[in-house]
Unconditional design. Structure first.
Length: 346
């Protein structure tokens, strides 16, 4: 950025890096304590991995919600935090962080914005993530039209000839979920052993046994088509080479997770995760907190509900920083008229 480029400086109580479920719920917990937030996310929409990777995939372990999709959970969280007027800066990456003489932090984004904030909350999930691309010549020509690394809308696969490649949970889950609406569905894996949940493997094998889908042990070697549209794929199995009709390909080869600029902020790191204490969820740097999948501590469970718990305790600690002279009175939303007023229900 040149020296003549004007810089927008935004002053706020808290900056949350990451607008996934944990970052969104942190807005709620902080809002109850009158802490104003700005959220920055490298993705162009809120929801983090829930919206980016599995918006229509069912989630079964959110308390009081027997079944909810990633997008439904995101939508509900956005509705819940409406009273607090959080500001979102999407499609931006936080590149720099430095501490000011008064203890606040100055964050700079790749979009020319600067933030002055009293606390920083890292809720960046696994960091910035990109799907691993299969080593297939010319696959780039089909990406976004016939080749997809995530299922955004299930309807895009209705009445299509779908080939799913992979042996983990994502491959198995989408095999089971897409089979009822696809014209044909084939799952291919390099060996007849799967890394996914046993019950998902059993469901898949049951569909194969009943003739509702095919299972092939082998690998894709070449893509065929024109104008970005797949027509068929060359595959190699122990029987030799053959071709399979396919106009939708879903390769699930895993994700490459990178911590990104956070790795350069001087925080103690452990295997690309940020260690925190379990009282405040503060990092090795005072006033910088980490919640959700990006943190680590003894007994850590990478569950959304764990991240919600971490957001609640982090917010209590953040209040002491934002309002050092104000005593924090713990209150329940069920009985506190002041909290209910903030929520617009009183």
């Amino acid at each position: 950025m040149s020296q003549t480029t004007p810089v927008t400086t935004i002053e706020t109580d808290a900056v949350i890096i990451g607008a996934g479920p944990c970052g969104l719920f942190a807005v709620f917990e902080l809002g109850l304590l009158d802490i104003k937030c700005h959220l920055i996310d490298i993705l162009d929409k809120v929801g983090g991995q829930c919206s980016e990777l599995y918006p229509e995939k069912p989630i079964y372990d959110i308390p009081a919600l027997p079944i909810v999709t990633g997008q439904q959970l995101t939508d509900s969280l956005m509705e819940q935090i409406k009273p607090f007027g959080a500001h979102f800066h999407l499609g931006e990456r936080v590149d720099g962080l430095q501490r000011e003489p008064d203890g606040r932090f100055r964050l700079a984004t790749d979009n020319g914005k600067e933030f002055l904030t009293k606390v920083v909350i890292i809720a960046a999930g696994g960091g910035s993530f990109t799907p691993k691309r299969p080593p297939l010549e010319g696959i780039e020509r089909y990406e976004g039209t016939s080749v997809f690394y995530a299922v955004r809308k299930m309807e895009a696969f209705r009445d299509k000839d779908v080939l799913i490649v992979g042996g983990g949970d994502s491959a198995l889950d989408w095999t089971i979920n897409l089979q009822p609406i696809a014209r044909s569905l084939t799952l291919m894996h390099r060996r007849d052993e799967f890394r996914g949940a046993p019950h998902s493997v059993d469901q898949m094998r049951s569909l194969v046994a009943s003739g509702k889908m095919k299972l092939l042990i082998g690998q894709a070697t070449h893509l065929h088509g024109a104008g970005g549209e797949l027509s068929h794929v060359t595959i190699k199995t122990k029987e030799g080479e053959s071709k399979i009709d396919c106009n939708r390909l879903l390769p699930f080869f895993g994700l490459t997770m990178k911590l990104g600029p956070v790795a350069n902020w001087g925080l103690n790191l452990h295997e690309n995760l940020v260690p925190v204490d379990t009282e405040r969820f503060e990092t090795s740097e005072k006033r910088i907190f980490a919640i959700g999948d990006i943190n680590t501590y003894p007994g850590k469970l990478k569950l959304i509900l764990s991240g919600f718990h971490e957001a609640a305790l982090m917010s209590q600690a953040a209040h002491k920083i934002v309002y050092p002279d104000k005593k924090l009175l713990f209150q329940y939303t069920t009985s506190s008229s002041s909290l209910q007023k903030k929520l617009g229900v009183k």
